[in-house]
Design a protein around this ligand. Sequence first.
Ligand code: PLP
Length: 438
Amino acid sequence: AGSTGKPDINREKSAELYAKAKTFFPGGVNSPVRAFKSVYGTPLFIKRGDGCHLWDADDNQFVDFCCSWGPLILGHNNAKVREKVIEVMQNGMSFGAPTALENELAELIIKNNKFIEKIRFVSSGTEAVMSAIRLARGYTKRDKILKFEGCYHGHTDSLLVKAGSGLVTFGETSSAGVPKSFADETIVVALNDREAVQKAFEEFKDQIAAIIIEPVPANNGLILQEKEYLQYLREICTQNGTLLIFDEVISGFRIGFEGAAGYYQIKPDILTYGKIIGGGLPVGAYGASAEIMSNVSPDGGVYQAGTLSGNPVAMAAGIAQLSELLRMGFYRDLNNKTEEFTEAIQRFATARNYKFKVFTIGSIFWFAFTDKEAIRNADDIDASSMEKFKKLHRELLNRGVYLGPSGYEVGFISSAHTKIDLEKAKRAIFDSLEVVFR
Ligand code: PLP
């Protein structure tokens, strides 16, 4: 039983499956955060998802705010996406040759996104970012990349790099197996620090191919940046012949159809997408002006390819999902619903003087155990506050609410979360916060 609050739900079958999984996979999982290392217990094995709900192997039901880490903006098992996928699957799964479906998804995106003229589909966010970096290097004929502490861009070697000590540093690898020479090409600075960026351009004049940023940093908490700062990055890139890459794997099609670029009305040079673009199937993409994209093979010298790129079944899911997002009022309704939900939680916490803030943008939210009004860089986050998240996570599972298993992860709301579901979740969150702050 839980040491606080409600007794733990039955997790027997999940525990059994996890024990078996550990004999097959490192840590029992195929992606590390799933292993529940930062929260109590072992991973829940999921059997089914429908709408905003998940069912685990022990038949516990949850309102899901992880939404597969972002892709499921229409919720689980959306009928339109499912039907389109099944229809396309009747004709085969993969051809390694062009299909009309790729045109259809590309047209849907490009017609409704003024920031890109050409696009290339790949199979994950990591692949999109890796390719965008290569394109930036090929285009500028420069090697160095500037990234920010607190942003995640997938597991490509040159970005598994964290800040060393000092204002402007070469990164230190944040994973074994990344050659130091790769990290030496990556400069890491703090978010929201103009001086550090300025200094990097002085020290590495004419060497920086690209600045890459999550315009809505959402992988290390939600570290919202001010528009002026993003605008500053745009300007300093232009002045120095450096490309600005917006990694919109999370924010793309989430903050609005045009993502963060549209939200802030800032035009980056290259954009990367993932998650939502594939409707729950593996799709990533990168896009830019026709001129920049003309450097990608076979038009240009920057090589990039993929056996399953533009896979018809994955394209079908993307087409069905993105078509729904283009319906009138889709984002307005989703964002309003999120605002009501997060405001009510904040009011509850504030009235009780809890050291707790809900940060939010669009349909993304993050629970922070802090009294800071704003969190603008990774150092603003108090690591010890994660103990409180750990307790919250357990209390919420026991009350039928599923959050991603780490306090550094954001939550997502889908169009399938009804007012009734959100009301139920809110009650569970109130009760859980009371236990955490007891
Ligand atoms: N970029 C960002 C901003 C992400 O959030 C992620 C994944 O969470 C990635 C890149 C990597 O995407 P994937 O996990 O599909 O490889």
